[in-house]
Design a binder for this molecule. Structure first.
Ligand SMILES: C[S@@+](CC[C@H](N)C(=O)[O-])C[C@H]1O[C@@H](n2cnc3c(N)ncnc32)[C@H](O)[C@@H]1O
Length: 274
């Protein structure tokens, strides 16, 4: 029943392709940004925020974001730092990133800044794919409208509303998948019909999109999902697997079981880069 309801909603959104561009990103104060944290944890969170702001030149985001979105970008940066800790990345002039299932791409800023710094890159080419980009919010803006605003803020990137499985995207230095649907319940809860439940195909396509020597980064909600991921990626061993628990966001408890995995696609001669 839920799937049928979602299928009707999805078809209507797809047919309407509703857009109302011109999203103005808010500039909420960042005073007491960690007011939700325990008093004794706040000083270290403030130090961490300062560190990340400096390292990744976050001022444009700091001055034009909600508190929630700003903290979420801090979380993405923290998580990516953990995922790549100790991995020697080879400098690259240009880095191509493909993000699979971008929602409204509210973490685009963190994503581009992280990889620009990690690869010492001069240019970032980034594309986010989202199958349900025409979801309309209460303010009558769509996911795609918000994604356009976040990408403008990050000054880089494209957002494609479409099925990544059907895309011809290839040769990415990094493919990211943050919380792909590995259970039917999650997919239904997010408003998609069961026809789109094809985690094996999605993950296979994502791994094929990475160029030899490049990285596939996957974040999952639970260890159970990680086990499933490993089954789908049979034959690939993560070069790093880390916990993504944090207290930098006000939903810290929900991050308790999160896990990040990084896979490196072998070079054609069997070696790896970096
Ligand atoms: C759990 S959400 C995660 C969203 C985002 N990555 C985040 O972390 O906030 C998974 C997203 O993947 C999208 N998605 C699912 N299947 C897809 C496909 N085949 N192609 C593109 N996007 C897809 C969904 O619509 C949803 O927005």
């Amino acid at each position: 029943m839920r799937s049928l309801y979602n299928a009707i909603g999805f078809r209507i959104r797809k047919a309407l392709r509703f857009r109302r561009p011109g999203v103005v990103l808010p500039n909420e104060t960042k005073t007491d940004l960690f007011e939700f944290a325990k008093r004794e944890e706040r000083p270290s969170l403030i130090v961490r925020e300062n560190e990340l702001r400096k390292r990744y030149s976050l001022d444009p985001l700091f001055h034009a974001s909600s508190r929630y979105i700003y903290r979420d970008n801090l979380y993405w940066l923290e998580g990516l730092e953990r995922c790549f800790e100790g991995l020697a990345l080879q400098q690259a002039k240009e880095v191509k990133i493909v993000d699979v299932g971008s929602n409204n791409f509210h973490y685009a800023f963190a994503l581009t800044r992280f990889f620009r710094v990690a690869f010492c890159a001069q240019k970032i080419d980034m594309c986010g794919y989202e199958i349900d980009g025409h979801v309309i919010y209460a303010d009558l803006r769509s996911r795609a409208d918000y994604a356009a605003a976040y990408l403008e803020q990050a000054q880089v990137g494209r957002y494609v509303v479409g099925d990544f499985v059907a895309s011809t995207e290839r040769d990415a230095d990094v493919v990211t998948m943050f919380f792909p649907f590995l259970t039917k319940d999650a997919l239904l809860w997010w408003g998609l019909p069961l026809d789109f439940f094809s985690p094996a195909a999605l993950i296979k396509r994502a791994s094929e999109c990475v160029k030899p020597g490049g990285f596939l980064v996957v974040w999952n909600q639970t260890d159970e999902e990680v086990n499933q991921l490993d089954k789908f990626l049979e034959g690939m061993t993560p070069v790093l697997r880390v916990r993504l628990r944090t207290n930098i966001v006000d939903y810290g408890e929900a991050t308790d079981d999160r896990v990040g995995s990084v896979f490196r696609v072998p070079l054609c001669d069997g070696g790896t880069r970096g």
